[in-house]
Design a protein around this ligand. Structure first.
Ligand SMILES: Nc1ncnc2c1ncn2[C@@H]1O[C@H](COP(=O)(O)OP(=O)(O)OP(=O)(O)O)[C@@H](O)[C@H]1O
Length: 267
């Protein structure tokens, strides 16, 4: 059974002038457990909207969305709140997505409190410390606040907050595009390791073709709310069949200079 299954999912927004924008226009897809599906496309093609629809962070207009076999559009708000801890998202801008008034400990503990399923305070705090360690942040970060962290450290906190509830599926929405190249590589390497150690499934939204090439087993190319091409990443990116993919590739940035060791851990 695929962990994610979408059938003919649609979402139309309205511009301030009232004109319809078909952000997601009839998308069907299946993602198997442990896979990383990359979604690429230019700005405005609908990638982030699709990522949010998959987790029901926004409501679809029509279509079916099954996560682990469960029809999430049919869940009540209360049921969805309970399930949400299994299906998480990491956002592009770590600082904007972290509450500046809270300490790192409070930020990472919050999803555990909301879920009401992780034991006593002591058990929760142990889980927080363990998860922070897993993303490379020592105990000394517990009492700091987001503003006192670097961009890379903030994103590690964002990832810890997402992993602390032990999810099976994570949508990564441009998780490294606000970071410097070297930090980007170390975060991607860590995400790749966590995927293996935790058996995670990733949906990776990105406009960076080279990152997708190294990080994703399969890729879907999105244009105006539709998939124009999907397949094994190497096949699609080495031998694009559709004119849109070819154009996207030729407009791509030069390859990021990953070291051979980084490539090996990200493959
Ligand atoms: N809340 C909203 N209200 C109105 N229009 C929206 C909303 N969210 C997205 N859109 C529009 O839907 C389309 C798809 O946007 P989306 O953010 O999903 O694209 P994207 O491929 O993720 O782009 P980017 O790479 O710039 O984030 C765009 O035309 C966008 O302006």
């Amino acid at each position: 059974m695929p962990i994610i299954e979408l059938k003919d999912v649609r979402k139309t927004f309205r511009t301030p002038q009232g004109l319809p924008v078909k952000a997601v226009d009839g998308i069907s897809l299946a993602v198997e457990r442990g896979e990383t599906l990359g979604i690429i496309g230019e700005s405005g093609s609908g990638k982030s909207t699709l990522g949010r629809l998959i987790l029901r962070l926004i409501e679809a207009d029509s279509g079916t969305i099954l996560l682990e076999g469960e029809d999430i559009r049919a869940l009540s708000k209360a049921q969805l709140r309970k399930r949400r801890r299994h299906w998480q998202i990491v956002f592009q801008e770590p600082f904007a997505s972290l509450n500046p008034r809270l300490t790192i400990r409070q930020i990472v503990e919050e999803p555990l409190i909301v879920a009401k399923a992780y034991g006593s305070r002591a058990e929760r705090l142990r889980r927080v410390a363990d998860t922070l360690e897993e993303v490379g942040l020592s105990q000394e970060f517990l009492d700091r606040r987001p503003a006192n962290l670097s961009g890379g450290q903030q994103q590690r906190v964002g990832i810890a907050r997402c992993l602390v509830t032990d999810p099976s599926l994570v949508v990564l929405d441009e998780p490294t595009s606000s970071l410097d190249l070297t930090i980007r590589a170390s975060i991607l390497r860590m995400l790749a390791k966590l995927q293996v150690s935790r058996g995670l499934t990733y949906v990776f939204v990105s406009h960076d073709i080279e990152t997708v090439r190294h990080f994703c087993s399969r890729v879907a190319v999105m244009h105006r709310g539709r998939f124009v091409e999907t397949g094994i990443t190497d096949d699609v990116l080495s031998n694009p069949q559709q004119p849109y993919t070819q154009a996207l590739m030729s407009a791509a940035m030069p390859p990021i200079p990953y070291t051979p060791e980084e490539k090996a851990t990200m493959a």
